[in-house]
Design a protein around this ligand. Structure first.
Ligand code: AHR
Length: 633
Protein backbone atom coordinates (compact mmCIF):
# COMPACT_ATOMS: atom_id res chain seq x y z
CA UNK A 1 0.00 0.00 0.00
CA UNK A 2 2.77 2.45 0.95
CA UNK A 3 4.91 1.69 -2.02
CA UNK A 4 2.02 2.76 -4.21
CA UNK A 5 2.56 6.33 -3.00
CA UNK A 6 6.13 6.24 -4.21
CA UNK A 7 4.92 5.56 -7.66
CA UNK A 8 2.32 8.35 -7.85
CA UNK A 9 3.50 10.17 -10.95
CA UNK A 10 3.31 13.84 -11.66
CA UNK A 11 0.84 12.93 -14.42
CA UNK A 12 -1.58 11.33 -11.98
CA UNK A 13 -1.22 14.24 -9.56
CA UNK A 14 -2.11 16.67 -12.31
CA UNK A 15 -5.01 14.45 -13.43
CA UNK A 16 -6.45 14.34 -9.92
CA UNK A 17 -6.01 18.10 -9.65
CA UNK A 18 -7.82 18.73 -12.96
CA UNK A 19 -10.62 16.41 -11.89
CA UNK A 20 -11.11 18.40 -8.72
CA UNK A 21 -11.41 21.64 -10.65
CA UNK A 22 -13.96 20.02 -12.92
CA UNK A 23 -16.02 19.14 -9.89
CA UNK A 24 -15.75 22.69 -8.60
CA UNK A 25 -13.60 21.77 -5.59
CA UNK A 26 -10.50 23.87 -6.34
CA UNK A 27 -8.43 24.17 -3.19
CA UNK A 28 -5.43 26.36 -2.70
CA UNK A 29 -2.63 26.59 -0.19
CA UNK A 30 -0.66 29.83 -0.50
CA UNK A 31 2.75 30.00 1.14
CA UNK A 32 4.91 33.08 0.79
CA UNK A 33 8.53 32.14 1.33
CA UNK A 34 9.61 35.77 1.48
CA UNK A 35 7.24 36.68 4.30
CA UNK A 36 8.35 35.21 7.61
CA UNK A 37 5.67 35.51 10.25
CA UNK A 38 6.80 34.30 13.64
CA UNK A 39 9.66 32.46 15.27
CA UNK A 40 9.48 28.71 15.71
CA UNK A 41 10.83 27.57 19.04
CA UNK A 42 13.89 25.34 18.64
CA UNK A 43 12.73 23.52 21.77
CA UNK A 44 9.23 22.83 20.48
CA UNK A 45 9.41 19.05 20.53
CA UNK A 46 10.53 17.15 23.60
CA UNK A 47 9.65 14.25 25.86
CA UNK A 48 7.56 13.88 29.00
CA UNK A 49 8.18 10.94 31.25
CA UNK A 50 7.26 9.38 34.57
CA UNK A 51 7.06 5.92 36.14
CA UNK A 52 3.76 4.71 34.65
CA UNK A 53 2.93 1.64 32.53
CA UNK A 54 6.28 0.12 33.63
CA UNK A 55 8.10 2.96 31.90
CA UNK A 56 11.42 2.51 33.66
CA UNK A 57 11.17 -0.71 35.69
CA UNK A 58 10.23 -3.25 33.03
CA UNK A 59 10.83 -0.57 30.39
CA UNK A 60 13.58 1.89 29.58
CA UNK A 61 15.68 1.08 32.66
CA UNK A 62 17.46 -2.06 31.55
CA UNK A 63 17.36 -4.04 34.83
CA UNK A 64 16.29 -7.62 34.12
CA UNK A 65 15.56 -8.86 37.66
CA UNK A 66 12.10 -7.98 38.93
CA UNK A 67 11.60 -7.09 42.59
CA UNK A 68 15.35 -7.09 43.11
CA UNK A 69 15.02 -5.65 46.60
CA UNK A 70 12.21 -7.89 47.81
CA UNK A 71 10.04 -4.88 48.54
CA UNK A 72 7.40 -4.96 45.79
CA UNK A 73 4.55 -6.09 48.02
CA UNK A 74 3.82 -7.18 51.59
CA UNK A 75 5.08 -10.74 50.94
CA UNK A 76 8.39 -9.39 49.68
CA UNK A 77 8.94 -12.33 47.41
CA UNK A 78 6.67 -11.35 44.54
CA UNK A 79 8.23 -12.47 41.22
CA UNK A 80 10.54 -14.90 43.05
CA UNK A 81 9.88 -18.66 43.24
CA UNK A 82 11.46 -21.50 45.12
CA UNK A 83 13.64 -24.03 43.30
CA UNK A 84 13.90 -27.49 44.85
CA UNK A 85 15.41 -29.87 42.32
CA UNK A 86 15.23 -33.61 42.91
CA UNK A 87 15.39 -34.33 46.62
CA UNK A 88 16.35 -30.76 47.63
CA UNK A 89 14.34 -28.96 50.28
CA UNK A 90 14.24 -25.21 50.97
CA UNK A 91 12.17 -22.32 52.30
CA UNK A 92 12.16 -18.63 51.44
CA UNK A 93 10.81 -15.70 53.44
CA UNK A 94 11.53 -12.05 53.99
CA UNK A 95 13.79 -11.40 56.95
CA UNK A 96 12.78 -8.06 58.42
CA UNK A 97 15.87 -7.84 60.63
CA UNK A 98 18.63 -8.43 58.10
CA UNK A 99 19.64 -6.01 55.36
CA UNK A 100 22.85 -4.58 53.89
CA UNK A 101 22.12 -0.87 54.47
CA UNK A 102 20.02 1.64 56.32
CA UNK A 103 17.92 2.06 53.18
CA UNK A 104 17.48 -1.68 52.65
CA UNK A 105 16.91 -3.14 56.10
CA UNK A 106 15.26 -6.35 54.97
CA UNK A 107 16.30 -9.24 52.72
CA UNK A 108 15.23 -12.62 51.37
CA UNK A 109 16.27 -15.49 53.60
CA UNK A 110 16.77 -18.76 51.73
CA UNK A 111 17.00 -21.71 54.12
CA UNK A 112 18.18 -24.82 52.34
CA UNK A 113 17.81 -27.87 54.56
CA UNK A 114 18.69 -30.49 51.95
CA UNK A 115 20.68 -30.12 48.71
CA UNK A 116 23.67 -31.55 46.90
CA UNK A 117 25.37 -31.10 43.54
CA UNK A 118 22.74 -33.17 41.72
CA UNK A 119 19.84 -31.72 43.72
CA UNK A 120 20.33 -27.96 44.09
CA UNK A 121 17.92 -25.54 45.73
CA UNK A 122 17.44 -21.81 45.33
CA UNK A 123 15.34 -19.06 43.82
CA UNK A 124 13.96 -18.29 40.40
CA UNK A 125 13.22 -14.76 39.18
CA UNK A 126 10.66 -14.37 36.41
CA UNK A 127 11.87 -10.95 35.21
CA UNK A 128 9.53 -8.35 33.79
CA UNK A 129 7.30 -10.73 31.84
CA UNK A 130 10.35 -12.79 30.98
CA UNK A 131 14.03 -12.01 30.65
CA UNK A 132 15.37 -11.11 27.23
CA UNK A 133 18.41 -13.14 26.24
CA UNK A 134 20.21 -12.33 23.01
CA UNK A 135 22.95 -14.23 21.22
CA UNK A 136 26.62 -13.56 21.99
CA UNK A 137 25.77 -11.07 24.67
CA UNK A 138 27.47 -10.26 27.96
CA UNK A 139 25.33 -9.77 31.07
CA UNK A 140 26.61 -7.97 34.15
CA UNK A 141 25.17 -8.55 37.56
CA UNK A 142 25.62 -8.01 41.25
CA UNK A 143 24.05 -9.07 44.51
CA UNK A 144 24.40 -8.44 48.21
CA UNK A 145 24.60 -11.59 50.30
CA UNK A 146 25.66 -13.19 53.58
CA UNK A 147 25.46 -16.75 54.81
CA UNK A 148 25.18 -18.53 58.15
CA UNK A 149 28.71 -19.91 58.04
CA UNK A 150 32.17 -18.43 57.78
CA UNK A 151 33.31 -20.68 54.94
CA UNK A 152 32.76 -20.06 51.24
CA UNK A 153 29.32 -20.87 49.83
CA UNK A 154 29.20 -21.20 46.01
CA UNK A 155 26.09 -19.61 44.53
CA UNK A 156 25.34 -20.53 40.95
CA UNK A 157 23.55 -18.04 38.67
CA UNK A 158 22.06 -19.08 35.35
CA UNK A 159 19.83 -17.70 32.63
CA UNK A 160 17.52 -20.55 31.73
CA UNK A 161 14.98 -21.05 28.95
CA UNK A 162 11.45 -21.41 30.40
CA UNK A 163 10.37 -24.09 27.94
CA UNK A 164 13.44 -26.19 27.29
CA UNK A 165 15.35 -25.67 30.51
CA UNK A 166 18.43 -24.95 28.41
CA UNK A 167 21.06 -22.98 30.29
CA UNK A 168 21.75 -19.94 28.12
CA UNK A 169 24.47 -18.42 30.27
CA UNK A 170 25.89 -19.14 33.72
CA UNK A 171 28.41 -18.18 36.34
CA UNK A 172 28.88 -18.41 40.07
CA UNK A 173 29.94 -16.29 43.02
CA UNK A 174 31.44 -17.47 46.24
CA UNK A 175 29.62 -15.96 49.19
CA UNK A 176 31.96 -15.83 52.12
CA UNK A 177 31.10 -15.14 55.67
CA UNK A 178 28.36 -13.90 57.86
CA UNK A 179 28.66 -10.20 56.98
CA UNK A 180 26.94 -8.45 54.13
CA UNK A 181 29.09 -8.00 51.05
CA UNK A 182 28.47 -7.09 47.44
CA UNK A 183 29.36 -9.69 44.81
CA UNK A 184 29.71 -8.84 41.13
CA UNK A 185 29.47 -11.32 38.31
CA UNK A 186 29.22 -11.58 34.55
CA UNK A 187 27.81 -14.24 32.27
CA UNK A 188 27.69 -14.66 28.55
CA UNK A 189 24.97 -16.05 26.36
CA UNK A 190 26.47 -17.92 23.43
CA UNK A 191 25.00 -18.55 20.04
CA UNK A 192 21.41 -18.76 21.27
CA UNK A 193 18.18 -17.56 19.65
CA UNK A 194 16.97 -14.19 20.94
CA UNK A 195 13.95 -14.70 23.17
CA UNK A 196 12.25 -13.40 26.27
CA UNK A 197 10.84 -16.67 27.59
CA UNK A 198 13.65 -17.10 30.08
CA UNK A 199 14.25 -16.71 33.78
CA UNK A 200 17.13 -16.33 36.22
CA UNK A 201 18.05 -19.17 38.58
CA UNK A 202 20.15 -18.71 41.68
CA UNK A 203 21.02 -22.01 43.40
CA UNK A 204 23.25 -23.59 46.02
CA UNK A 205 24.28 -27.23 46.29
CA UNK A 206 24.44 -27.79 50.04
CA UNK A 207 22.38 -27.11 53.15
CA UNK A 208 22.90 -23.49 54.26
CA UNK A 209 21.08 -20.28 55.00
CA UNK A 210 21.67 -17.48 52.52
CA UNK A 211 20.43 -13.89 52.84
CA UNK A 212 20.06 -11.98 49.58
CA UNK A 213 19.40 -8.37 48.68
CA UNK A 214 19.59 -6.23 45.52
CA UNK A 215 19.98 -9.05 43.04
CA UNK A 216 20.60 -7.27 39.76
CA UNK A 217 21.38 -8.23 36.17
CA UNK A 218 21.87 -5.93 33.21
CA UNK A 219 22.28 -6.51 29.47
CA UNK A 220 24.45 -4.10 27.45
CA UNK A 221 23.02 -0.59 27.78
CA UNK A 222 22.85 2.56 25.64
CA UNK A 223 26.27 4.24 25.60
CA UNK A 224 27.41 1.41 27.90
CA UNK A 225 26.19 3.25 30.97
CA UNK A 226 26.30 1.19 34.16
CA UNK A 227 22.77 1.07 35.61
CA UNK A 228 21.69 2.29 32.18
CA UNK A 229 18.94 2.16 29.60
CA UNK A 230 17.66 -0.25 26.97
CA UNK A 231 19.32 0.33 23.62
CA UNK A 232 16.30 -0.28 21.35
CA UNK A 233 14.09 2.18 23.23
CA UNK A 234 16.79 4.86 23.45
CA UNK A 235 17.31 4.59 19.70
CA UNK A 236 13.61 5.14 19.13
CA UNK A 237 13.74 8.25 21.30
CA UNK A 238 16.83 9.55 19.52
CA UNK A 239 14.94 9.37 16.21
CA UNK A 240 12.43 11.85 17.64
CA UNK A 241 15.17 14.52 17.99
CA UNK A 242 13.77 15.59 21.35
CA UNK A 243 15.06 18.90 22.65
CA UNK A 244 14.07 18.46 26.31
CA UNK A 245 12.94 15.90 28.86
CA UNK A 246 10.23 16.77 31.37
CA UNK A 247 10.70 14.57 34.43
CA UNK A 248 9.84 13.02 36.86
CA UNK A 249 6.13 13.50 36.26
CA UNK A 250 3.22 13.69 36.12
CA UNK A 251 1.46 12.11 39.02
CA UNK A 252 4.63 10.20 39.85
CA UNK A 253 6.23 13.46 40.99
CA UNK A 254 3.37 14.18 43.38
CA UNK A 255 2.88 10.72 44.89
CA UNK A 256 -0.36 9.25 46.20
CA UNK A 257 0.57 10.85 49.51
CA UNK A 258 3.42 13.19 50.42
CA UNK A 259 5.58 10.36 51.76
CA UNK A 260 5.32 8.68 48.35
CA UNK A 261 6.40 11.70 46.29
CA UNK A 262 9.50 11.72 44.10
CA UNK A 263 11.80 12.18 47.06
CA UNK A 264 14.93 12.87 45.07
CA UNK A 265 17.37 12.57 47.97
CA UNK A 266 16.37 8.93 48.33
CA UNK A 267 17.04 8.33 44.65
CA UNK A 268 20.69 9.24 44.30
CA UNK A 269 23.95 7.45 45.06
CA UNK A 270 24.58 3.71 45.24
CA UNK A 271 21.50 1.56 44.64
CA UNK A 272 21.92 -0.02 48.05
CA UNK A 273 21.25 3.39 49.58
CA UNK A 274 17.91 3.82 47.77
CA UNK A 275 14.99 2.55 49.84
CA UNK A 276 12.63 2.23 46.79
CA UNK A 277 9.01 3.41 47.03
CA UNK A 278 5.39 2.72 46.07
CA UNK A 279 4.24 4.73 43.07
CA UNK A 280 0.92 6.32 42.25
CA UNK A 281 0.52 3.86 39.40
CA UNK A 282 -0.07 0.79 41.58
CA UNK A 283 3.36 -0.76 41.53
CA UNK A 284 6.60 -0.35 43.45
CA UNK A 285 9.53 1.55 41.96
CA UNK A 286 13.11 0.31 42.30
CA UNK A 287 14.24 3.94 42.00
CA UNK A 288 17.10 2.75 39.85
CA UNK A 289 16.01 5.59 37.59
CA UNK A 290 16.90 8.31 40.04
CA UNK A 291 17.70 11.98 39.64
CA UNK A 292 21.18 11.47 38.17
CA UNK A 293 19.96 8.75 35.80
CA UNK A 294 17.32 11.13 34.42
CA UNK A 295 20.03 13.74 33.85
CA UNK A 296 22.32 11.23 32.15
CA UNK A 297 19.43 10.20 29.94
CA UNK A 298 19.22 13.89 28.94
CA UNK A 299 22.94 13.93 28.32
CA UNK A 300 22.80 10.82 26.14
CA UNK A 301 20.12 12.28 23.87
CA UNK A 302 21.31 15.91 24.13
CA UNK A 303 18.07 17.04 25.72
CA UNK A 304 17.66 19.92 28.13
CA UNK A 305 16.36 18.76 31.49
CA UNK A 306 12.99 20.25 32.43
CA UNK A 307 12.86 19.45 36.11
CA UNK A 308 9.55 19.11 37.91
CA UNK A 309 9.95 19.86 41.62
CA UNK A 310 7.56 18.59 44.27
CA UNK A 311 5.30 21.51 45.21
CA UNK A 312 3.92 20.38 48.57
CA UNK A 313 0.76 18.74 47.21
CA UNK A 314 0.05 15.00 46.84
CA UNK A 315 -2.71 13.32 44.88
CA UNK A 316 -4.75 12.38 47.97
CA UNK A 317 -5.11 16.09 48.73
CA UNK A 318 -2.45 16.09 51.46
CA UNK A 319 -0.65 19.42 51.27
CA UNK A 320 1.74 21.82 52.91
CA UNK A 321 0.15 25.23 53.15
CA UNK A 322 2.05 28.28 51.83
CA UNK A 323 4.27 29.74 54.54
CA UNK A 324 6.39 27.86 57.09
CA UNK A 325 4.73 24.48 56.35
CA UNK A 326 5.82 24.68 52.73
CA UNK A 327 9.33 25.97 53.37
CA UNK A 328 11.01 22.53 53.79
CA UNK A 329 9.78 21.58 50.31
CA UNK A 330 11.00 24.86 48.85
CA UNK A 331 14.42 24.16 50.37
CA UNK A 332 14.30 20.61 49.05
CA UNK A 333 13.73 22.02 45.54
CA UNK A 334 16.57 24.53 45.88
CA UNK A 335 18.87 21.74 47.01
CA UNK A 336 17.73 19.61 44.09
CA UNK A 337 18.59 22.43 41.70
CA UNK A 338 21.99 22.70 43.39
CA UNK A 339 22.55 18.96 42.95
CA UNK A 340 21.86 19.41 39.22
CA UNK A 341 23.74 22.66 38.60
CA UNK A 342 26.14 23.21 41.49
CA UNK A 343 29.92 23.04 41.41
CA UNK A 344 32.02 20.74 43.56
CA UNK A 345 32.31 23.54 46.11
CA UNK A 346 28.59 23.42 46.85
CA UNK A 347 27.08 20.94 49.29
CA UNK A 348 24.71 19.24 46.85
CA UNK A 349 26.88 19.71 43.77
CA UNK A 350 29.61 17.84 45.65
CA UNK A 351 27.22 14.96 46.11
CA UNK A 352 26.64 14.79 42.37
CA UNK A 353 30.42 14.72 41.92
CA UNK A 354 30.56 11.86 44.46
CA UNK A 355 27.88 10.09 42.44
CA UNK A 356 30.13 10.10 39.39
CA UNK A 357 29.20 13.23 37.45
CA UNK A 358 31.74 16.02 38.05
CA UNK A 359 30.33 18.40 35.44
CA UNK A 360 27.25 20.40 36.44
CA UNK A 361 24.21 20.15 34.19
CA UNK A 362 22.74 23.21 32.52
CA UNK A 363 19.21 23.75 33.82
CA UNK A 364 16.97 26.38 32.30
CA UNK A 365 13.46 25.14 33.15
CA UNK A 366 11.94 24.17 36.48
CA UNK A 367 8.26 23.31 36.80
CA UNK A 368 6.58 23.74 40.18
CA UNK A 369 4.30 20.76 40.79
CA UNK A 370 1.99 19.01 38.37
CA UNK A 371 -1.65 19.68 37.51
CA UNK A 372 -2.18 21.73 40.68
CA UNK A 373 -5.62 22.69 39.40
CA UNK A 374 -6.71 19.52 41.24
CA UNK A 375 -5.85 21.11 44.61
CA UNK A 376 -9.36 21.58 46.03
CA UNK A 377 -8.12 23.95 48.72
CA UNK A 378 -6.89 26.30 45.98
CA UNK A 379 -3.50 26.93 47.57
CA UNK A 380 -1.42 26.84 44.39
CA UNK A 381 -1.29 30.63 43.92
CA UNK A 382 0.48 30.88 47.28
CA UNK A 383 2.56 27.75 46.88
CA UNK A 384 3.71 28.78 43.41
CA UNK A 385 4.64 32.28 44.58
CA UNK A 386 6.78 30.90 47.41
CA UNK A 387 8.67 28.56 45.06
CA UNK A 388 8.93 31.18 42.31
CA UNK A 389 10.41 33.82 44.62
CA UNK A 390 12.90 31.42 46.20
CA UNK A 391 14.06 29.98 42.88
CA UNK A 392 14.37 33.37 41.20
CA UNK A 393 16.28 34.79 44.17
CA UNK A 394 18.94 32.11 43.91
CA UNK A 395 18.74 31.22 40.22
CA UNK A 396 17.51 34.30 38.30
CA UNK A 397 18.13 32.69 34.93
CA UNK A 398 15.90 29.72 35.53
CA UNK A 399 12.53 29.91 33.80
CA UNK A 400 9.89 28.92 36.32
CA UNK A 401 6.90 27.05 34.95
CA UNK A 402 3.48 27.00 36.63
CA UNK A 403 1.53 23.77 36.35
CA UNK A 404 -1.61 25.78 35.54
CA UNK A 405 -2.48 29.51 35.36
CA UNK A 406 -1.87 31.31 38.65
CA UNK A 407 -2.95 34.60 40.11
CA UNK A 408 -0.68 37.07 41.89
CA UNK A 409 2.60 36.00 40.28
CA UNK A 410 3.43 35.96 36.59
CA UNK A 411 5.12 32.70 35.77
CA UNK A 412 7.62 32.58 32.92
CA UNK A 413 5.74 29.70 31.37
CA UNK A 414 2.40 27.96 31.98
CA UNK A 415 1.86 24.22 31.44
CA UNK A 416 -1.28 23.16 29.51
CA UNK A 417 -2.44 19.54 29.19
CA UNK A 418 -4.68 17.97 26.52
CA UNK A 419 -6.03 14.44 26.45
CA UNK A 420 -8.77 14.15 23.83
CA UNK A 421 -10.28 12.04 21.10
CA UNK A 422 -9.40 12.67 17.47
CA UNK A 423 -12.25 15.14 16.90
CA UNK A 424 -11.30 17.04 20.05
CA UNK A 425 -7.72 17.41 18.85
CA UNK A 426 -8.87 18.68 15.44
CA UNK A 427 -10.75 21.38 17.35
CA UNK A 428 -7.71 22.17 19.51
CA UNK A 429 -5.53 22.67 16.41
CA UNK A 430 -6.61 26.31 16.44
CA UNK A 431 -6.39 26.73 20.21
CA UNK A 432 -3.37 29.03 20.34
CA UNK A 433 -4.18 31.12 17.27
CA UNK A 434 -5.61 33.88 19.45
CA UNK A 435 -3.45 33.51 22.56
CA UNK A 436 -2.19 36.78 24.05
CA UNK A 437 1.41 37.18 22.92
CA UNK A 438 2.17 39.41 25.93
CA UNK A 439 1.37 36.78 28.55
CA UNK A 440 3.51 33.88 29.76
CA UNK A 441 4.86 31.43 27.23
CA UNK A 442 3.08 28.09 26.93
CA UNK A 443 4.43 24.64 27.61
CA UNK A 444 2.10 21.89 26.45
CA UNK A 445 3.58 19.53 29.00
CA UNK A 446 1.25 16.59 28.30
CA UNK A 447 -0.90 15.94 25.30
CA UNK A 448 -2.20 13.01 23.30
CA UNK A 449 -5.04 11.93 21.09
CA UNK A 450 -6.41 9.00 23.06
CA UNK A 451 -7.67 6.49 20.56
CA UNK A 452 -6.22 3.00 20.47
CA UNK A 453 -4.80 0.79 23.19
CA UNK A 454 -2.15 0.17 24.36
CA UNK A 455 -0.74 2.44 21.69
CA UNK A 456 -2.57 4.97 19.50
CA UNK A 457 -4.02 3.99 16.14
CA UNK A 458 -3.79 5.91 12.90
CA UNK A 459 -6.88 8.01 13.69
CA UNK A 460 -5.07 9.21 16.81
CA UNK A 461 -1.99 9.99 14.74
CA UNK A 462 -4.17 12.18 12.51
CA UNK A 463 -5.48 14.00 15.59
CA UNK A 464 -1.91 14.42 16.84
CA UNK A 465 -0.62 15.71 13.53
CA UNK A 466 -3.50 18.18 13.22
CA UNK A 467 -2.74 19.43 16.74
CA UNK A 468 0.98 19.72 15.97
CA UNK A 469 0.28 21.96 12.97
CA UNK A 470 -1.36 24.34 15.47
CA UNK A 471 1.62 24.10 17.82
CA UNK A 472 4.02 24.95 15.00
CA UNK A 473 1.90 27.79 13.71
CA UNK A 474 1.88 29.27 17.22
CA UNK A 475 5.36 28.31 18.26
CA UNK A 476 6.26 31.91 19.04
CA UNK A 477 4.10 31.43 22.15
CA UNK A 478 4.10 27.61 22.49
CA UNK A 479 7.74 27.09 23.22
CA UNK A 480 7.65 23.42 24.21
CA UNK A 481 5.35 20.45 23.88
CA UNK A 482 5.54 16.80 24.87
CA UNK A 483 3.30 13.81 24.21
CA UNK A 484 2.29 11.72 27.22
CA UNK A 485 2.55 9.03 28.31
CA UNK A 486 5.64 8.08 26.41
CA UNK A 487 5.91 4.37 27.20
CA UNK A 488 3.89 1.23 27.84
CA UNK A 489 4.85 -2.33 28.60
CA UNK A 490 2.24 -4.16 26.52
CA UNK A 491 2.15 -7.31 28.64
CA UNK A 492 -1.08 -8.04 30.59
CA UNK A 493 -1.09 -5.81 33.66
CA UNK A 494 1.63 -3.57 32.26
CA UNK A 495 -0.62 -0.66 31.36
CA UNK A 496 -2.34 1.82 33.67
CA UNK A 497 -3.11 4.46 31.05
CA UNK A 498 -3.71 4.41 27.30
CA UNK A 499 -2.85 5.58 24.67
CA UNK A 500 0.97 5.49 24.92
CA UNK A 501 3.48 6.46 22.29
CA UNK A 502 5.97 3.56 22.33
CA UNK A 503 5.17 -0.04 23.26
CA UNK A 504 7.46 -2.88 24.25
CA UNK A 505 7.84 -6.22 25.93
CA UNK A 506 11.02 -7.68 27.39
CA UNK A 507 12.58 -8.26 23.98
CA UNK A 508 11.14 -5.86 21.41
CA UNK A 509 9.77 -2.36 21.09
CA UNK A 510 7.74 -0.57 18.45
CA UNK A 511 6.54 2.89 17.55
CA UNK A 512 2.84 3.66 17.20
CA UNK A 513 1.55 5.66 14.22
CA UNK A 514 1.57 8.66 16.59
CA UNK A 515 5.25 8.02 17.28
CA UNK A 516 6.03 8.20 13.57
CA UNK A 517 4.00 11.40 13.26
CA UNK A 518 6.26 12.90 15.95
CA UNK A 519 9.41 11.67 14.25
CA UNK A 520 8.27 13.22 10.98
CA UNK A 521 7.23 16.55 12.46
CA UNK A 522 10.41 17.03 14.45
CA UNK A 523 12.64 16.05 11.53
CA UNK A 524 11.81 19.27 9.64
CA UNK A 525 11.14 22.14 11.99
CA UNK A 526 12.48 25.37 10.49
CA UNK A 527 13.08 28.48 12.55
CA UNK A 528 10.11 30.61 11.58
CA UNK A 529 6.61 30.27 10.21
CA UNK A 530 5.60 31.76 6.90
CA UNK A 531 2.71 33.89 5.80
CA UNK A 532 0.20 31.41 4.42
CA UNK A 533 -3.48 30.79 3.81
CA UNK A 534 -5.68 27.94 2.68
CA UNK A 535 -9.03 27.87 0.94
CA UNK A 536 -11.43 25.33 -0.45
CA UNK A 537 -10.31 22.36 1.64
CA UNK A 538 -12.53 20.27 3.87
CA UNK A 539 -12.56 20.72 7.66
CA UNK A 540 -10.27 17.74 8.10
CA UNK A 541 -7.34 19.33 6.34
CA UNK A 542 -4.53 20.89 8.39
CA UNK A 543 -1.14 22.26 7.47
CA UNK A 544 1.89 24.11 8.69
CA UNK A 545 4.59 25.95 6.74
CA UNK A 546 7.94 26.77 8.31
CA UNK A 547 11.35 27.51 6.96
CA UNK A 548 15.00 28.09 7.74
CA UNK A 549 17.52 29.64 5.37
CA UNK A 550 18.03 26.26 3.70
CA UNK A 551 14.81 24.32 3.95
CA UNK A 552 11.09 24.82 3.53
CA UNK A 553 8.97 22.42 5.57
CA UNK A 554 5.36 21.91 4.58
CA UNK A 555 3.26 19.60 6.72
CA UNK A 556 -0.01 18.39 5.29
CA UNK A 557 -2.60 16.43 7.22
CA UNK A 558 -5.59 15.01 5.41
CA UNK A 559 -7.77 13.33 8.01
CA UNK A 560 -10.58 12.77 5.52
CA UNK A 561 -11.32 9.42 3.90
CA UNK A 562 -10.96 10.94 0.41
CA UNK A 563 -7.89 12.45 -1.19
CA UNK A 564 -7.44 16.22 -1.15
CA UNK A 565 -6.40 17.77 -4.48
CA UNK A 566 -4.81 21.15 -3.90
CA UNK A 567 -2.72 23.77 -5.65
CA UNK A 568 0.21 24.75 -3.50
CA UNK A 569 1.46 28.20 -4.47
CA UNK A 570 5.00 28.64 -3.22
CA UNK A 571 5.52 32.35 -3.77
CA UNK A 572 9.19 33.23 -3.81
CA UNK A 573 10.42 29.76 -4.68
CA UNK A 574 11.38 30.95 -8.16
CA UNK A 575 11.11 29.25 -11.48
CA UNK A 576 14.17 27.01 -11.21
CA UNK A 577 13.10 23.42 -10.63
CA UNK A 578 13.12 22.04 -7.08
CA UNK A 579 12.62 18.63 -5.72
CA UNK A 580 10.88 17.85 -2.46
CA UNK A 581 11.51 14.89 -0.22
CA UNK A 582 8.15 13.66 0.92
CA UNK A 583 7.60 11.52 4.02
CA UNK A 584 4.16 9.95 4.00
CA UNK A 585 2.39 8.18 6.82
CA UNK A 586 -0.93 6.81 5.71
CA UNK A 587 -3.37 4.00 6.32
CA UNK A 588 -6.53 2.59 4.82
CA UNK A 589 -8.56 3.21 7.98
CA UNK A 590 -8.29 5.26 11.14
CA UNK A 591 -8.24 1.99 13.07
CA UNK A 592 -5.05 0.75 11.40
CA UNK A 593 -2.23 0.41 13.89
CA UNK A 594 1.12 -1.09 14.85
CA UNK A 595 1.49 -3.76 17.50
CA UNK A 596 4.29 -5.64 19.22
CA UNK A 597 3.54 -8.64 16.99
CA UNK A 598 3.19 -6.59 13.81
CA UNK A 599 5.16 -3.39 14.38
CA UNK A 600 5.32 -1.90 10.91
CA UNK A 601 2.02 -1.70 9.03
CA UNK A 602 1.97 2.09 9.52
CA UNK A 603 5.42 3.56 8.98
CA UNK A 604 6.62 6.57 6.99
CA UNK A 605 7.52 6.05 3.36
CA UNK A 606 9.92 8.37 1.58
CA UNK A 607 9.43 9.59 -1.98
CA UNK A 608 10.44 12.53 -4.15
CA UNK A 609 8.30 15.08 -5.98
CA UNK A 610 9.57 17.50 -8.64
CA UNK A 611 8.39 21.07 -8.38
CA UNK A 612 8.41 23.13 -11.54
CA UNK A 613 8.00 26.82 -10.83
CA UNK A 614 6.03 28.29 -7.96
CA UNK A 615 2.69 26.60 -8.66
CA UNK A 616 2.51 23.03 -7.54
CA UNK A 617 -0.52 20.90 -8.35
CA UNK A 618 -0.67 18.26 -5.67
CA UNK A 619 -2.88 15.57 -4.20
CA UNK A 620 -2.77 14.76 -0.52
CA UNK A 621 -3.74 11.10 -0.12
CA UNK A 622 -6.78 10.12 1.93
CA UNK A 623 -6.00 9.51 5.61
CA UNK A 624 -2.44 10.77 5.39
CA UNK A 625 0.20 12.83 7.12
CA UNK A 626 2.91 14.24 4.88
CA UNK A 627 6.03 16.27 5.45
CA UNK A 628 7.44 17.95 2.34
CA UNK A 629 11.03 19.05 2.74
CA UNK A 630 12.06 21.41 -0.03
CA UNK A 631 15.65 22.52 -0.31
CA UNK A 632 15.95 26.24 -0.90
CA UNK A 633 18.73 27.31 -3.23
O1 AHR B 1 0.02 11.09 31.61
C1 AHR B 1 -0.72 10.44 32.59
C2 AHR B 1 -1.17 11.37 33.70
O2 AHR B 1 -2.04 12.33 33.19
C3 AHR B 1 -0.09 12.19 34.34
O3 AHR B 1 0.58 11.51 35.35
C4 AHR B 1 -0.84 13.34 34.91
O4 AHR B 1 -0.05 14.51 34.99
C5 AHR B 1 -2.01 13.50 33.98
O5 AHR B 1 -3.20 13.61 34.65
Amino acid sequence: MFHRINRISTVSLVAAFSASILHGQASTLNIDINRPKAAVSPTLYGLMTEEINYSYDGGLYAELVRNRTFRSDWTGILNWFLIEKGSASARVAVDNREGPSTALRTSARLQVTKADAGNPAGLLNEGYWGIAVRPNTQYKGSLFAKSDSAGPLPVKLALVSDQSGQVLGQTSVSVSGTDWREYKFEMRAGNVKASSENHLELTIDRPATLWLQLVSLFPPTYHDRPNGNRIDIMEKLAAMHPSFLRFPGGNYLEGGRISERFDWKKMIGPLVDRPTHPTTWSYHSTDGMGLLEFLEWCEDLRMQPLLGVFAGYALNGELAKPGPDLEPYVQEALEEIEYVTGGAETKWGALRVRDGHPAPFALRYVEVGNEDSFDRQRTYDGRFAQFYNAIKAKYPNIQVIASFPVKGTTPDVVDDHYYKREQGMFEEAGHYDKTDRNGPKIFVGEWATREGSPTPNFGAALGDAAFMTGLERNSDVVMMAAYAPLFVNVNPGGMQWSSDLIGYDALNSYGSPSYYAQVMFSSCLGDHTLDSSVSGTGDKFFYSATTSSKILCVKLVNAASVEQPITINLTGLGNAGHSAHVETLRAATTWATNTIADPKPVVPVRSTVSIKGERMPYTVPAYSIQVLEIELK
